[in-house]
Design a protein around this ligand. Structure first.
Ligand SMILES: [Zn+2]
Length: 302
């Protein structure tokens, strides 16, 4: 699982800071999460192949999270893309994008599929044989969802020498990987754990931006491998959290602790601050394993 931060700042694009967008590589998928202004430039800068992006997840319709979307959709067209593009986002997103396309006199040459979201409870919005994606309802000034990307349980690993020693027919390998005991060529029942190893633990990534402190997300993100939680403000500006419906680094750390996640990544910094070490220091007073998002930074979680 690999996460590349294309932008991790709130509000406006500036010379050295980009609004929100990130790419999550998980089980051969390249999921684009939010698409602030300038995202396509950052995708190029970070050498992300456009053709690998087949799913885009938009948290909410504040400009710093999706103003780059129409540009990207249009560029895909100019690059003669043919593969489907799926966009998941709040109701209204389809209308905005289609109106811009209509008034510019052109439609995409590739299939553009919208999956509009309006539920206030967590729902499964994408699934294949390896990955599931759920919404995480957040509390912000407008309808907002975070997203939980979850690897499905990996299969057990065969210890091939032991399997052959146990005289098991290859027809049973599939069953062994699924965790079943099997009968060998001599009619003896072989316990699964004698010839297989534990699978690699399935990983998960919870993306939570933008939101005010919200304990209702805890059961959904419980035990996640990585939590990205917005931390727009430092403690000294906590009074801004309620009117703007944002969080502080301490709020993010409290959620990380209560949800028992392994790693917390902070981001969505207000552009009023020039450095971010204080965010980390404040979060670390509550939760130990804290990382700072930074535009252009890649995190590997293997
Ligand atoms: Zn917002």
């Amino acid at each position: 699982m690999k996460l590349t931060i294309l932008g991790c700042h709130s509000a406006t694009p500036r010379t050295n800071t980009n609004p929100t967008s990130q790419v999550l590589e998980i089980k051969n998928h390249m999921f684009l999460i939010d698409c602030g202004e300038g995202t396509q430039v950052e995708l190029r800068r970070n050498r992300v192949k456009f053709s690998r992006i087949k799913h885009i997840f938009i948290s909410h319709l504040h400009g710093d999270h999706y103003f780059g979307l129409i540009g990207l959709v249009n560029t895909f067209s100019l690059l003669t893309r043919e593969t489907e593009l799926h966009i998941y986002g709040p109701e209204g997103l389809k209308e905005v994008i289609l109106l811009q396309m209509k008034l510019s006199g052109g439609w995409t040459k590739y299939p553009l599929v919208f999956h509009e979201l309006s539920s206030k409870v967590s729902e499964l919005i994408f699934e294949d044989d390896k990955v599931e994606v759920y919404t995480i309802p957040l509390k912000h000034r407008i309808y907002t969802n975070g997203f939980l990307f979850k690897e499905k349980k990996n299969e057990r690993k065969l210890d091939i020498n032991l399997v052959y020693e146990a005289n098991i027919d290859t027809a049973y390998f599939r069953k062994l990987k699924q965790g079943y005991d099997v009968v060998n060529e001599d009619g003896v029942l072989i316990a699964n754990e004698k010839v297989t190893k534990d699978p690699i633990l399935a990983k998960s990534y919870a993306y939570c931006s933008d939101t005010v402190y919200n304990e209702e997300m805890i059961p959904i993100i419980k035990d996640a491998t990585v939590l990205y939680h917005e931390s727009t403000f430092l403690d000294k500006n906590e009074s801004l959290c309620i009117p703007t419906k944002h969080s502080t680094a301490k709020h993010a750390a409290t959620i990380a602790k209560k949800a028992n996640v392994e790693t917390l990544i902070l981001g969505h910094y207000s552009t009023r601050y020039s450095g971010y070490n204080e965010f980390k220091a404040e979060a670390k007073t509550i939760f130990d394993n804290v990382l700072l998002a930074k535009d252009g930074k890649t995190f590997n979680f293997d």
